[in-house]
Design a protein around this ligand. Structure first.
Ligand code: GAP
Length: 579
């Protein structure tokens, strides 16, 4: 929370992502290896999301609102499945957890005593030369090799012209000012002009849990250790949102506060690190793309004794997926009546029946982002592959066009050096490797920078058709996460008996609790491809044999095998596979 959380997961002042404290993965300041995703680029995933109704830019009829996104029909199913899988794992499948759904708007005092009013801010400085607004603490850390001791030290360095703008190199920086990230609004029908009605949109769901600790403890008759889980919206006026849904101003968190006896906190911390890592792996995330990173001392929030980040290898580099912190007794104490807090009505402590004494429990906090987890599962599941070789003359024509694109990039003046290098290297290697590199060409054809170059139009004119016929895009989502579980097709849509049977199978599967759809808007091959692209694990085709012997073909998304199965067994079999 607070400014401390900002320093836990700092942004690179140049690219606005990743963990700048250990070196940005994109900017020239990089100090660590950047290993690109083997399967896809973020652009490719974004393009699929827009094309197939997962995620749309928000308020697009009015030109949009930067970095805000709406989840479409398939996206909402996917994100709901992620949240459902999380809830099932951390609440329903455990005996030591309770759920909660606290209000977004809370008494302003919550944010005063949590420390957010005073500290949930980033120090920003403006560059008078190029108008960039970098985070001044990150500029200081990068250029001085250590964290600043406070705003005063940053401003002394700026005044002494010791810091330079990370974008243009100018030393003409304004004084750094704290920029609070909480969105403000007011309650009541009258704007009184003072701050009497001021409330904040919560920047984390955690505080809703802390202030309900006593309510849950008393009503559910809990003994330590126990935890409270909550899923809900959080809002931060991020300075540098970006990378699609990775960092936005409105997002959803999935947070747990797990209360333990002081002294048992370290064991509980280890337990949650293992549990949370296992959750991602059990849902199919590739182990190579997930790592545990211990936060260094200087990254820790003031309340945290220890914090471990689960990081995912996003296309833009290793970035935080979830933080698992030992928050000690900081928050419950902060909201308890004391000489420092005379506003609280009581004390948030626990009576230990074994030790026969009151104390304030310690807290382990696994804090994940629902949007970020959804994006990670999408990136991880994305797969483009060549399924058959295109004719040699088509490949030759495409190669010529991609080479022409590479030459055009090389000749281009005034282009960002990094973008130019990236496009040139990608197009040269794609041209040399065709047709095997056709899936990578799909990524290049989706790249916003590549599309600023005229020749890309010609590449797309030829490339899209060839890619469409010879590659397969699949989302290998875990069946429990996939937006649709099963799609049912009649072999011929003008054969009423097939249509009728297919529709009734679909209805039966829906009644059995499966997310099933019917489709007859294309040839079977095309229908399979459409379902592969959105990650539907199984497709059922009803043919003439089905009318005779009540069997259908069930086709598996991942291995494309088709098996004949008796109608009556399909529902139970698929339900069992979802478990
Ligand atoms: N209560 C602790 C807390 O809020 P955090 O690291 O700031 O810690 C926890 O946030 C998780 O919430 C992150 O790991 C990330 O998944 C998600 N998150 C944070 N800020 C976000 C943003 N601006 N956009 C999307 N997700 C975000």
């Amino acid at each position: 929370m607070g400014s401390d959380m900002r320093s836990l997961h700092p942004l690179c002042p140049l690219c606005g992502i990743a963990s700048y404290a250990v070196g940005c993965r994109l900017s020239p300041l990089s100090q660590v290896d950047f290993r690109p995703m083997p399967a896809s680029s973020l652009e490719t995933v974004v393009s699929l999301c827009k094309r197939r109704g997962f995620v749309f830019p928000s308020s697009s009829v009015y030109g949009g609102l930067g970095s805000t996104w709406d989840y479409g029909p398939l996206g909402v199913e996917l994100k709901n499945n992620v949240k459902r899988a999380w809830w099932r794992s951390v609440v329903h499948e455990r005996d030591d957890m309770e759920g909660l759904d606290a209000a977004i708007l809370m008494n302003r005092l919550v944010w005063k005593y949590s420390g957010h009013e005073a500290t949930f801010s980033d120090p920003m400085a403006d560059c008078r030369a190029c108008k960039a607004r970098p985070r001044a603490d990150h500029v200081f850390a990068a250029q001085k090799g250590r964290d600043p001791k406070g705003l005063a030290e940053i401003n002394a360095a700026i005044a002494a012209k010791e810091l330079t703008c990370p974008k243009c190199g100018s030393k003409d920086l304004t004084e750094a000012r704290p920029f609070n990230l909480m969105f403000r609004t007011s309650v009541g029908p009258v704007d009184t002009g003072d701050e009497s009605g001021l409330v904040y949109l919560r920047p984390e769901t955690a505080q809703g849990i802390f202030v309900n600790f006593g309510n849950v403890l008393d009503t559910m008759r809990r003994k330590l250790p126990f935890g409270i889980a909550q899923v809900g919206k959080a809002f931060r006026n991020e300075i540098t949102p970006g990378n699609f849904t990775f960092r936005t101003r409105e997002f959803e968190q999935m947070e747990i506060e797990y209360f333990v006896r002081p002294g048992e906190d370290e064991t509980a911390h280890e337990m949650w690190i293992a549990e949370r890592k296992k959750w991602y792996l059990d849902l199919g995330m590739r182990a190579d793309n997930l790592r545990v990173r211990e936060q260094e001392k200087h990254e820790l929030a003031h309340y945290a004794k220890r914090c471990v980040d689960l990081e995912y290898l996003f296309p833009m580099g290793w970035s935080e997926l979830e933080g698992i912190a030992n928050r000690t007794d900081f928050d419950l104490k902060a909201h308890s009546r004391s000489p420092e807090n005379t506003d609280a009505v009581g004390e948030l402590h626990y009576f230990d029946p074994e030790q026969k004494r009151h104390y304030v429990p310690y807290v382990i906090e696994p804090s994940a982002g629902a949007d970020r987890a959804t994006l990670a599962f999408l990136c991880d599941a994305y797969d483009d592959s060549l399924v058959k070789e295109p004719p040699a003359e088509d490949t030759a024509k495409l190669r010529e066009l991609v080479e022409s694109f590479a030459r055009s990039v090389a000749r281009r003046e005034g282009m960002d050096v990094d973008v130019k290098q990236r496009l040139q290297a990608a197009s040269e290697s794609i041209a040399a490797g065709l047709p095997a590199t056709l899936p990578r060409l799909i990524g290049l054809m989706d790249d916003a920078d590549a599309n600023k170059i005229e020749v890309m139009k010609k590449v797309r004119g030829v490339g899209e058709k060839i890619a469409d016929e010879h590659t397969r895009t699949v989302l290998h989502l875990h069946p429990r996460l996939a937006p649709l579980t099963v799609a049912v097709f009649p072999l011929k849509r003008n054969e009423s008996r097939l249509v009728e049977l297919a529709r009734s199978i679909k209805r039966d599967l829906q009644r059995a609790g499966l997310r099933a759809v019917y489709d007859d808007t294309g040839a079977i091959g095309k229908l399979y491809r459409r379902q592969d692209e959105i990650g539907t694990p199984w497709c059922i085709t009803v043919d003439f044999q089905s009318l005779e012997d009540k069997t259908v073909t069930v086709r598996d998304r991942d291995n494309m095998q088709q098996e004949r199965e008796p109608l009556g067994e399909i529902g139970p079999t698929l339900l069992a596979r979802l478990r």
